[in-house]
Design a protein around this ligand. Structure first.
Ligand SMILES: *Cc1c(COP(=O)(O)O)cnc(C)c1O
Length: 347
């Protein structure tokens, strides 16, 4: 049987509809600005999120790099959370390639950065200090949705102190779908509400949206022009990339609202694991369930992951056990995961 792969929402295969859209895409050389499918995607995502312009890039990592380096010069600094992708998980790219210093802050339990901590981290204009230039936030962060009220306050604080703001919205649409469910609104409205608070937003098409490759950085025309130079330097200016942009466009048209199904499956998994002694977790707000092993189980995460693998279930456990739902899992698959975890704790 095919394994139930919950390592990440990046493992999805393009659907038949997406492959057809890719096959039919008109193409050109995007380095000359000639690829109609890339241009259409950039216009679509920029307008959906309320920006003047967007840039299609191969990865979310490169999108964040282009974003941070478009905002910051050498010797500038960005304020960021300890667990955010653009600090912890990108090989220190902003420092390595841009000589931009990160100022990481600890997260609050809800994933936010305390406003007081942000305020305290903004350095005075003094030759001793790097110039604090940018506040970078992430939503969702580890599957947690940062509240609209918090995002409003944090971006307002940053702007009032002359900082720019960047959102790593790799899973922005997961946040938007969850927020829409709470507000009785719709996902596209919520995505726009969140994104419009920021000077730049990076979105991944290759996560829950189910495209094989690609991210977009959105911002002002001027910012995107700077980002375009950085993308070139980073080797991310591609040629007939409309083949990939067509998949991303298809994902925006067809795979946003369905993220609610992934969220429901993550909750189904949490419900199925309820009551197992030695496991602790919060009910997931979106498509990621993190689990902590407690007591005697604490040292057994590698053993559990191996057991799951033997049972045809793939998950990861770098800091905590992580199960991510997506387009290519269904309720039957989730129930297999529950059975496999329960059989481990019965041993
Ligand atoms: C996955 C991810 C990225 C980077 O995406 P890649 O395409 O793997 O480089 C950036 N930020 C967040 C929050 C992510 O989850």
């Amino acid at each position: 049987m095919k394994p139930v792969d919950l390592r990440s929402d990046t493992v999805t295969q393009p659907t038949a509809g997406m492959r057809a859209a890719m096959a039919a895409a008109p193409l050109g050389d995007d380095v000359f600005g000639d690829d109609p499918s890339v241009n259409a995607l950039q216009e679509k995502i920029a307008s959906q999120l309320g920006f003047e312009a967007a840039l299609f890039v191969p990865t979310g990592t490169q999108s964040n790099l282009c974003g941070v380096l478009a905002h910051c010069q050498r010797g500038d600094e960005y304020i960021v959370g300890q667990m955010q992708h653009c600090y912890r998980w990108e090989g220190g790219g902003a420092a390595v390639f841009g000589s931009v210093q990160p100022q990481p802050l600890d997260h609050q339990p809800d994933g936010s950065l305390a406003l007081g901590d942000i305020e305290a981290a903004i350095k005075p204009d003094d030759p001793h200090f790097a110039r604090t230039k940018l506040l970078a936030l992430e939503n969702t962060l580890g599957g947690q949705v940062l509240s609209q009220t918090y995002l409003e306050k944090a971006t307002k604080l940053a702007h009032s102190r002359g900082l720019s703001t960047h959102l790593d919205g790799a899973r922005l649409f997961n946040a938007a779908v969850a927020q829409a469910a709470t507000n009785g609104s719709d996902a596209r409205t919520e995505a726009h509400r969140i994104a419009s608070l920021f000077d730049s937003v990076s979105v991944c098409f290759s996560k829950g949206l189910g495209a094989p490759v690609g991210s977009a950085l959105c911002g002002s025309k001027e910012l995107i022009a700077r980002a375009r130079r950085i993308r070139k330097m980073a080797g991310g200016a591609m040629r007939q990339s409309g083949l990939l942009a067509a998949a991303a466009s298809y994902a925006l048209d067809h795979h946003v609202e369905r993220l609610a199904q992934d969220h429901a499956l993550a909750r189904r998994l949490a419900e199925g694991l309820e009551g197992i002694e030695g496991m602790a977790f919060d009910v997931p707000e979106t498509n990621i369930l993190f689990v902590d092993l407690l007591g005697p189980a604490r040292e057994r995460s590698a053993e559990l992951l191996q057991h799951l693998k033997n049972e045809g279930v793939l998950a990861t456990g770098l800091y905590r056990l992580r199960f991510v739902t997506h387009l290519d899992v269904d309720a039957a698959g989730i129930d297999r995961v529950v059975t496999a975890v329960r059989s481990f704790f019965r041993q």
